[in-house]
Design a protein around this ligand. Structure first.
Ligand SMILES: Cc1cc2nc3c(=O)[nH]c(=O)nc-3n(C[C@H](O)[C@H](O)[C@H](O)COP(=O)(O)OP(=O)(O)OC[C@H]3O[C@@H](n4cnc5c(N)ncnc54)[C@H](O)[C@@H]3O)c2cc1C
Length: 453
């Protein structure tokens, strides 16, 4: 039996952990969040209860392996209490990083620090109650610009139009740098919000961009069947307020704020569409337009957190070059400056390729990566790892309160009771302190029962 450290307990990490634990090795999971699940817990849309509950059950099964140890509430990174070098000093045989893509793609625009301007992931973390985002100000106003045309943008729109209990939304504008044929969201996701689409304004917008997209051979009359099937499926749909509209061929250029420091105008550059590499690209013109908005959320993809301490590449943490088959997935980490392999260090899931697909894809990536790790383990000597108890003591000596599997079970009990009390499908605490206090109180309660018995 060898010992593998796994950093990050999202779907990719947990399914990788399962494979490695099933093979009989000891797995130690270090996770930034108190709870496991990553974006499956804190990204997937809140009302997708069935899916979330199903995944929680699968994750609980993974954590129940006796040869798997969980260290929750332990961020790893160059500026965290635990660094990668410190993990190495605990002598794992291999390390797998499955930390997702936690960085934020910056827009790099004048005024982007104005109040009311948020990155999509932070906003999603907020409404899914991930500490510390859950207790920060993510207030939204009446007129909201959402930048991007993918599934994450649609989730956010759905929240703004339907489910946010504090919503003041009157109008959401999706701002897209390319045209209607480049919409990337799934039909099934857009179906949740299609009743808010102002069909008249949509037709006007199609007319506005018609000639520009015709230059790359796109025919506006085909939009419905190509990327907006909701228009065909629900031809007589009446507009349900608040309204959803689109602004195509437009890229944010400048954010203007009012005296209160909050965004009150968004200046966009108008684009042309040009053919590129068999697809299309936006080409900026010198024309601009102003959008009257009080909130802006940009859903333009995720990047890696350079503070983790692994070399960062364009799509994810850098992996070994593979010139023979550049398209094949590679999981072994690599230092491009020294031109050397980081022996025994692996990366899986969104940490390997940011924003790449749904949970199923992350799971597959984790499992394929785990196969590579198992192959590596078969050929290395035992590493004389430090015991889980000693690791916990050493981390806690730095002032970090480690959350174990037993603690998670106690937290689960409290959350279940809170959900029943409130008649909810599930209840989540929205800050770490409340979770840690709930665990401590539950521990006291169980030890009181034991001593009373
Ligand atoms: C808004 C949104 C909605 C989505 N909706 C769906 C959906 O409906 N259906 C679907 O199938 N997929 C959905 N997805 C995709 C799905 O969530 C991802 O495919 C999947 O979660 C990626 O898994 P991962 O394990 O690679 O990363 P993540 O899920 O991001 O997990 C990363 C883990 O690493 C931990 N971590 C991060 N940094 C550190 C650190 N420095 N030290 C220690 N631990 C760290 C985190 O705590 C977390 O546990 C959605 C994604 C988003 C963004």
């Amino acid at each position: 039996m060898k010992t593998v450290f796994l950093v990050g307990a999202g779907p990719a990490g947990l399914f990788a952990a399962q494979k490695i634990a099933q093979a009989g090795h000891q797995v130690m999971v270090f996770n930034r969040d108190i709870k496991p699940g990553g974006l499956a817990e804190y990204g997937i849309y809140p009302v997708k209860d069935k899916m979330k509950i199903g995944l929680r059950k699968q994750f609980a099964k993974v954590l129940s392996f006796p040869n798997l140890h969980y260290f929750g509430h332990v961020p790893v990174g160059s500026e965290s209490a635990v660094t990668i070098d410190e993990l190495r000093q605990f002598h794992p045989a291999a390390m797998v990083f499955s930390v997702g893509a936690q960085g934020t793609k910056s827009l790099g625009l004048p005024g982007e620090n104005a109040k009311g301007v948020y990155s999509a992931k932070d906003f999603v973390y907020f409404y899914n109650q991930l500490p510390p985002f859950a207790s920060r100000d993510f207030s939204t106003g009446k007129r909201i610009a959402v930048i991007g045309m993918g599934n994450v943008a649609v989730d956010i729109i759905r929240w703004l139009l339907q489910d946010d209990p504090n919503r003041q939304t009157e109008e959401v504008t999706i701002v897209a740098r390319r045209g209607p044929f480049e919409a990337k969201f799934d039909e099934k996701e857009f179906a949740h919000v299609q009743m808010h689409l102002d069909r008249n304004l949509f037709q006007q917008e199609l007319e506005r961009v018609k000639d520009k997209i015709a230059t790359v051979g796109q025919d506006i009359s085909k939009v419905a069947e190509a990327t907006f099937p909701a228009l065909v499926k629900y031809p007589n749909q009446e507009l349900v307020m608040p309204r959803l509209r689109f602004r195509f061929l437009s890229s944010p250029k400048e954010i203007h704020a009012g005296a209160d420091g909050r965004i009150n105008r968004l200046l966009v550059t108008e684009n042309n569409l040009v053919a590129k590499d068999g697809g299309t690209a936006a080409k900026a013109t010198d024309q601009t337009a102003e959008l009257d908005v009080d909130t802006m959320i940009f859903a333009i993809g995720d990047v890696h957190d350079p503070k983790l301490g692994l070399p960062c590449g364009r799509d994810g943490y850098v992996t070994r070059p593979n010139p023979e088959d550049p398209k094949a997935p590679v999981f072994e980490c690599y230092d491009p400056q020294k031109n050397e392999l980081l022996t025994g260090v692996y990366v899986v899931g969104w940490a390997r390729r940011a924003s790449e697909g749904l949970v199923g894809i992350a799971r597959h990536d984790g499992e394929v990566g785990a196969e590579k790790v198992l192959h590596y383990l078969a050929n290395v000597p035992d590493s004389a790892p430090v015991s889980p108890e000693a690791i916990q003591r050493r981390i806690e000596a730095k002032g970090v309160k480690v959350v174990t599997k037993d603690d998670l079970a106690l937290l689960g009990k409290v959350e279940e009771r809170e959900a029943q009390k409130r008649d909810l499908v599930a209840f989540k605490f929205s800050d770490d302190e409340s979770m840690l206090t709930a665990i401590d109180k539950e521990k006291e309660k169980s030890s009181a029962y034991v001593s009373a018995g």
